[in-house]
Ligand binder design. Structure first.
Ligand code: PLP
Ligand code: COI
Length: 353
């Protein structure tokens, strides 16, 4: 595969890495390639970061044929740049593609593209505490017709953004509202795929929660509205007594790479870990009788985000006195330690660029 490079006339000034927000600044270049049902993937190119021009009937604009990924490049103490479990993002994107009838990308090709692009843009990887270069691969269908059908043409793009923390709270505990009206996804739907539509459908509940002073919502299952699924755009974990519980992957939950990594760390260290159904009644009992010790969300953007308060049907419950718990802090330190190369990666998760 040949990746053509179209050089930018001028390069942008890099931001002060101590003042970064999330996803507002973009690097000099982006990767693009096109797909056609007869030709396969073609025209691999790295071009200056710019607007994308689309036919007004393009499938993505009408029927939401879009999937994406999110992963980070981290600047290690020794100055080198590394990725965290990128093959898992590549595999998940292919599973999302299969669900949305978008084309899959052979793993070797996807990895070569990702590493070539990150190598070119690696100077954009910030070095201030807690910062990284967020990589956003995405794919959309772009047939130029209004017919509803699996697409025959698609485009794959990677953009990159130097980022700080995702939530303004950083690693401080967030307040979460349990949502019992809207649902994020249902089994048989697209919950396990990382597709734009899932996020569009979640915004109404997110807005309602924000208006009441909450950062995110806790989603319940779409059938019985009884079982806990995810928190905002993160997976969720609870420590109830000495058991760490996370909802099992049932088709409506996104299989998070941070979730998988937390489970692997905890299991290796001998914690009692369960992937199972967890009903809101069980959680409410644990909140009332004090056995709920800790709760946290986990995802690439925030890594681990402690939950300090949960509100269910207008009753507020404080978790761990609104402070970050021991296990939550330990997971944050372990994952970020591996990601930023501060502690040894005994799992083989990191990949130097
Ligand atoms: N759940 C949802 C809905 C997400 O958008 C994300 C973020 O990517 C996650 C969970 C966490 O996944 P990961 O740990 O792979 O970032
Ligand atoms: C995450 O990485 O945890 C996310 O949820 C990404 C978000 C910006 C969609």
């Amino acid at each position: 595969m040949e990746i053509k490079l179209e050089k930018a006339e001028t390069l942008k000034e890099k931001p002060d890495s101590s003042t970064l927000g999330f996803g507002k600044i973009f690097t000099d270049y982006m990767f693009m390639m096109d797909w056609n049902i007869d030709k396969g993937w073609y025209n691999q190119r790295i071009v200056p970061f710019a607007n994308i021009s689309l036919h007004p009937a393009s499938t993505v604009l009408h029927y939401g044929s879009e999937i994406f990924e999110g992963l980070k490049a981290y600047r290690r103490k020794d100055g080198k740049v590394q990725l965290f479990r990128p093959i898992e993002n590549i595999r998940r994107m292919n599973r999302s593609a299969e669900r949305l009838c978008l084309p899959q990308i052979p793993e070797d090709m996807a990895m070569e593209i990702l590493t070539t692009f990150v190598r070119l843009e690696q100077d954009w990887t910030p070095d201030a505490e807690g910062t990284s270069l967020y990589l956003r691969p995405f794919m959309f269908g772009n047939d130029e017709t209004l017919g509803v059908h699996a697409v025959h043409n698609a485009t794959y793009v990677i953009i990159a953004s130097p980022v700080g923390s995702y939530y303004k709270e950083g690693i401080n505990p967030v307040k979460i509202m349990i949502e019992d009206e809207d649902v994020r996804a249902v089994r048989g739907g697209t919950g396990y795929a990382k597709c734009g539509g899932n996020y569009a459908a979640s915004n109404r509940a997110g807005e309602r929660a924000e208006k009441k002073g909450y950062s995110q919502v806790l989603w319940l299952d779409g059938v019985e509205r009884k079982y806990i699924e995810e928190v905002g755009a993160m997976n969720v974990m609870f420590m109830i007594g000495d058991e760490i519980v996370t909802p099992m992957l049932s088709g409506s939950i996104l299989p998070g790479i941070t979730r998988m990594s937390c489970l692997e760390v905890l299991r290796k260290e001998g914690y009692k870990v369960s992937e199972r159904l967890l009903s809101i009644d069980e959680l409410a009992d644990a909140m009332k009788n004090g056995t709920l010790k800790e709760a946290w969300g986990c995802g690439t953007a925030a890594v681990v985000s402690p939950i300090g308060e949960l509100c269910y049907k207008d009753v507020k419950y404080t978790v761990n006195n609104g402070e970050i718990g021991k296990v939550t802090q330990h997971l944050y330190d372990t994952l970020t330690g591996i990601q930023w190369g501060k502690i040894e990666d005994t799992f083989g998760w990191t990949q130097e660029i």
